[in-house]
Design a protein around this ligand. Structure first.
Ligand SMILES: [Zn+2]
Length: 425
């Protein structure tokens, strides 16, 4: 404590001088430093001390990015409108490498568009739509071989076990495995239909299907679930932050765009392929759909920007009730910025570097793990937006991966309530 008091004035000065730079980094959660000076210094100072000086890079505004959209990889093509062979896919991945086109992640593309991160002048982003198991079993190993990042656009009812998720569908476990290995998972609606008002749509109510033309309030309720509900489900189920929306069939209008923009999406994607530039609008980012019946699309796209672990790892699930968590599973807290904690000591010896915490709406968070007490903790720095919050904590113990997840409710804080003010239901 003595030391901390002694250096506090210095840190405060540092903190003030760095304020501007910190504000420039918008994607990194920062503690609120606009509150009363006393508390602000106490919470913000350690961050200021630990954060190196971040300069906003000068990004290459002439760079161009090709975004490819794939569906299924099968040896025998039956639906050439959505399939290509694994061999053709691998040849394309190799061609990108041979031609000096750098495959970057979707989040790097978005950071470049925000002017925060530089990318190579000729880049590509690989995306897979709809959630098929061949994407996990066939495409992913090829991508890993090349070290390429990938984004999965998932429609939630099409995941195995959903109303539209048959035997060829990807499973939630496979998606969790991909998430754990750095795959970006994003939204592609709930039921994969034309999102514009006035179309006949398949409505699923209580497990029953019917075709209906939805208008007015019925349509608004439906579209809300397609655009916002699907995002929330992915975030809750996988403990991730979803900020991209691929529009089914690329069919949308201003109303759909507005809804997506207002629900926390940073970018919207269509299937009208074109090289993406620094000024391409964020709500109409075109992707090249690669299909067996249009063999020239890939080559044409590449010419546009010039010449230049397989199986899922077994995860042992630990019930949140066996651990002491804060907030507890099923509780409701009276703050939007809770302190999240779990005591992992009952699991056994935890490998300290292996502990990861994911929070719905935030994704992977920089949680602290104290090996002495076996406690992992994270103070949420900014208000959580949803009424419920799911936490997924994973760690390695004796070479085995263990995972636990729990969900608690958030009641909008009326006053500045302490994070510890958990209210038992
Ligand atoms: Zn699709």
């Amino acid at each position: 404590m003595m030391i901390r008091f002694a250096i506090l004035p210095l840190l405060l000065a540092l903190n003030l001088s760095m304020c501007k730079k910190q504000q420039a980094v918008t994607d990194k959660p920062q503690p609120a430093d606009s509150a009363s000076p006393g508390t602000a210094a106490a919470t913000a100072a350690p961050v200021a001390a630990a954060t190196p000086k971040i300069k906003k890079p000068v990004v290459d505004q002439t760079a161009q990015v090709l975004i490819f959209c794939y569906h299924r990889l099968v040896d025998k093509i039956r639906y050439p409108g959505t399939e290509i062979t694994p061999a053709a896919f691998e040849a394309q991945m190799k061609e990108l490498k041979d031609k000096g086109i750098t495959v970057i992640s979707m989040q790097d593309l978005l950071a470049w568009k925000r002017g925060e991160k530089n990318i190579p002048p000729r880049s590509a982003v690989i995306t897979f739509d709809d959630g098929w198991k061949s994407q996990y079993e066939v495409a992913w190993p090829i991508l890993k071989k090349y070290g390429y990042p990938v984004t999965m656009f998932i429609y939630t009812e099409g995941v195995r076990g959903g109303t539209l998720g048959g035997g060829e569908a990807i499973t939630w476990e496979q998606l969790a495995d991909m998430r754990d290995n750095g795959v970006d998972i994003q939204a592609h609606s709930a039921t994969h239909q034309d999102l514009r008002e006035g179309h006949n749509v398949l409505v699923i109510e209580g497990g029953k299907r019917s075709k209906k033309k939805l208008t007015g309030a019925d349509y608004e309720k439906w579209i809300q679930n397609e655009v916002v509900g699907s995002k929330e489900l992915l975030e809750q189920r996988l403990g991730i932050k979803v900020n991209c929306f691929a529009v089914p069939f690329g069919n949308y209008n201003e109303h759909v765009k507005e809804l997506a923009r207002n629900s926390g999406y940073d970018a919207m994607f269509t299937v009208y392929g074109q090289p993406i530039t620094f000024t391409s609008p964020m709500d109409a980012i075109g992707r090249y759909a690669i299909e067996a019946n249009k063999p020239k699309v890939f080559a044409d796209a590449v010419s546009m920007i010039g010449a230049s672990s397989g199986g899922g790892t077994a995860v042992a699930e630990v019930g949140a009730k066996d651990l002491t968590t804060q907030p507890a599973d099923g509780d409701t807290v009276r703050t939007a910025t809770p302190l999240i904690k779990a005591n992992l000591s009952s699991i056994g010896q935890i490998e300290p570097g292996s502990v990861q915490m994911r929070v719905s709406g935030l994704g992977l968070v920089p949680a602290n793990f104290d090996p002495k007490t076996g406690t992992v903790s994270y103070q949420v720095p900014q208000k959580l937006r949803d009424k419920t919050c799911t936490v997924i904590v994973s760690a390695k113990s004796e070479g085995k991966k263990v995972e636990t997840h729990w969900t608690f409710g958030l009641e909008e804080a009326t006053a500045a309530s302490s994070p510890a003010a958990a209210v038992k239901k």
